[in-house]
Design a protein around this ligand. Structure first.
Ligand code: GAL
Length: 453
């Protein structure tokens, strides 16, 4: 790397890092601001700091001088608590290793991915980072930033204990690249049970039923639908459920394999439905995150929200109960379809601590690790041998559904299409989230089709 490129990287790293800090990055300690040390390189903090993401570390660094840096966007209730469960297991098995919990806040990783990209381009990879199984990981492989894990999978026996669906998603160019920790469901409508009971409402199964319920809630001065927007994935997230409902389980995947073109009239139909839904949503959505939207439902300030089941993990972290305080149904028109995604962790090419990183990946793929992580995270295990008794009633329902209903891949969370397309799609939907211009949305989605590969 020449001097100019190096300096540019340093500046870029600094900018991305400061942006991340203002976005609420978790446990990072700013490295020296002068000199040529890229600021995005976090200083080690004890693993115990991970229990209170964003707070000052409270214990002394582990003895032994060994380190492990894990990069993710899990800072919210549920996701941070789940991650901490895996750290506990790691620490018990690897007592001399200090974990650097490098988090960058922002749902769906919109901020984290920017910081990660800068670090990778600057040759400063964390040992292991969160990446969605599926098309999302192909960009890192193409850029030669990850190490293959095929032999490691065999060694650990992960290749025989994870479903083929997932193994296929993490296999690219004849190698396995990451270890899935879970399966999440994107298409869930969460609702406030008391509000529904008090108003004699039934959770909506179809778009028509949704609009009837929404109109009734509006009449009672309750915000019908809580939607976030701060993290720039919330409207895109809502729209993938609407697309799925409009096309159905058999046709929706064809939008990503060339079987159906994006000038299909149903895309415009989905845009019109989404517009109508957003007209029933809170106006201040650009200042709210996904968990704020869920909180509005839990507080009885909004009737419903459509979000992945990390919202369940969040609710659990607030001490409320499914089927008591909040209920759940498939998002309107998607009953019997599981819009899936999976979080996984990979191994960086040039990982500073490869041995420690492999020990981390071993925890990620283990039965113990998954059964400790997922009940808190609000997701179901990627392994097929989970101890179902550890999972609550929502998660038991989700495990059953995953095994029985039709599956469809999430766009926003990396399963259906590569990063370049995810960016186009996200931009189009974020503009739509504020101007509700259906024609412009349809045009932008048609323009984006070229990036589906
Ligand atoms: C998703 C991720 C989930 C959850 C969510 C909100 O992309 O797969 O695990 O963290 O973002 O941040």
């Amino acid at each position: 790397m020449d001097e100019t490129t190096k300096n540019q990287n340093v500046r870029l790293n600094r900018r991305a890092f400061l942006k991340a800090m203002s976005a609420g990055a978790g446990v990072f300690v700013l490295a020296a601001c002068g000199g040529a040390t890229p600021a995005a390189a976090p200083t080690a903090v004890p693993a115990a700091a991970a229990t209170a993401v964003g707070e000052a570390p409270t214990t002394a660094p582990a003895a032994g001088g060994k380190k492990l840096e894990i990069f993710s966007w899990w800072t919210n209730g549920g996701e941070a608590t789940g991650l901490e469960e895996m750290y506990k297991i790691y620490k018990a098995k690897n007592p001399g290793v200090e974990i650097i919990n490098a988090t960058v806040a922002g749902g769906a990783g919109t901020n984290a991915k920017t910081v990660l990209k800068t670090r990778l381009q600057g040759g400063q990879p964390p040992d292991s980072w969160q990446v969605h199984a599926g098309k999302e990981l192909t960009a890192y492989v193409d850029a030669d930033q990850m190490q293959p894990l095929t032999a490691f999978f065999k060694e650990q026996g992960f290749d025989t204990i994870m479903p083929k669906l997932l193994l296929d998603q993490i296999t690219y160019k004849n190698e396995i690249w990451s270890v899935p920790v879970n399966v999440h469901r994107s298409n869930i409508l969460w609702y406030n049970i008391k509000i529904f009971k008090d108003n004699g409402l039934t959770p909506p199964k179809t778009a028509d039923e949704f609009f009837t319920v929404a109109e009734a809630l509006k009449g009672k001065n309750v915000t019908p639908l809580a939607v976030g927007g701060k993290d720039k994935f919330e409207t895109p997230h809502l729209f993938e459920s609407v697309l799925l409902a409009t096309f159905g389980a058999d046709d929706y995947p064809k939008l990503f394999n060339g079987g159906i073109k994006w000038d299909d009239p149903k895309v415009a139909q989905a845009a019109a439905t989404a517009k109508k839904m957003l007209e029933y949503a809170n106006a201040d959505r650009s200042s709210l995150g996904w968990s704020d939207a869920m909180q509005l439902v839990l507080d009885g300030k909004a009737g419903m929200t459509i979000m992945g089941d990390w919202a369940h993990g969040y609710a659990l972290s607030k001490g409320v109960k499914p089927n008591v305080d909040y209920g759940y149904v498939a998002s309107p028109g998607t009953d019997g379809i599981f819009l899936w995604l999976s979080d996984s962790f990979g191994l960086a090419k040039g990982a500073p601590n490869p041995t420690e990183a492999k020990a981390w990946l071993a925890v990620c793929g283990s039965k113990d690790g998954q059964d400790a992580f997922n009940p808190k995270k609000g997701s179901i295990p990627a392994r097929t041998d989970a101890d179902k008794s550890l999972y609550d009633e929502y998660l038991k329902f989700s495990i059953d559904q995953f095994g029985t209903v039709k599956l469809a891949p999430s766009i926003v969370h990396g399963a259906a299409a590569p990063e370049a397309y995810m960016t186009d799609y996200g931009n189009a939907l974020n503009v739509f989230g504020s101007d509700l211009d259906t024609d412009a949305l349809v045009q932008a989605l048609q323009d984006a089709e070229k990036d589906i590969k």
